[in-house]
Design a protein around this ligand. Sequence first.
Ligand code: PLP
Length: 400
Amino acid sequence: MQVVYFDNNASTRVAPQVLEAMLPALGELCGNPSSLHALGQEAAQAVAGARAAVARLIGAASPARITFTSCGTEANATALRSAAAAAGQRRRIVTSAVEHAAVLEPLAELESQGFEVVRVGVDREGRLDPGQVLAEIDEGCALVSVMWANNETGVIHELAPIAAASRRSGALFHVDAVQAAGKLVLDCARLDPDFLTLSAHKLHGPKGIGALYARRGAPLRPLLRGGPQEDERRAGTENVPGIVGFGRAAQLAAQWLAGDGPARLAALRDQLERRLLEVIPASVVHGARSPRLPNTANLRFEGVSGEALLALLSDEGLCVSTGAACSSSRHRASHVLQAMGLSSAEASSSLRFSLSRDSTPAEVERAVELVARAVARLRALAHPGGTEVGARGRSAAPAE
Ligand code: PLP
């Protein structure tokens, strides 16, 4: 069976060039980058090259601003805890209601330790109003943490005014850019956040390697203490194969971003949405009117369980998701869609399709065919008498 993989916001396939770059690092390049002999220094050079490539991908002023971590979750935790440790008298943290669990959970922990955490909501289109965020930033604010783009809807947030207001008030500004990196051109030097989080496996790199960008002078406090690796910012022998893979993936992503890849991917995503709306009555695209990542589509099929649909589609060889991979396994309705004003039933009727730069028009057509058939089947099961949602005569619902 030909598998169509449209779950790239959960994880991507390692690019062949990335695998090729990693193989020597799993083989002959066996040295520890801290060792002074030739093999150690070769490994250290490979790490340095990867650091420079990751820095270039996000427009960082210098490779020295990049610290490799074991994943995006670790990079987020490092940034958030560092900010809390540097907070002094400031006790307020401002974030959005639609952050990933890797931000929300550490912030909930800080809340239990006495910080006031303000979670600013989004509108029906998934947009965060910078004005509402700014209204919460004051002299008592220690940290502002807002994601660049949402993992479930792809909605891109307007960060420049938030960065400027954070700076003015003396609060630290952290950006979770895990989903934005490799899909959007990021300019760290221009946005100038204090911390920014990345993860290789979202951009055709390997799993188990992330990075934290820290502005020069940002109060980074190691989460793991031990050896002096990563300029004393993250102890533990470097994951050389992972880092080399991340570096190559960053180079490839930068090349792709410089061409017409993003526009072509957005057109493919738009085609997927248009065709699904055309052939499936009572379907709705979430966040359609917002600026979004070029690869992400989130749709609701009224009257259908997203989980049942996902299972049927998986049997037919189409891999999609009901939300963030980690929360789907908890069987909870998406907090992101609920923050957009959807009821829990509506949120539970939704699916995320996340394409990649390798996705093709033929895969889109196959996905449309499979989803249409599965939705019709589930609706017929729910309403055997033929009064199913699709029989109400509503064709494509307006894109909300
Ligand atoms: N932040 C966002 C927005 C994500 O989508 C994810 C992963 O889904 C993470 C953080 C966590 O990254 P990692 O899987 O590398 O820990």
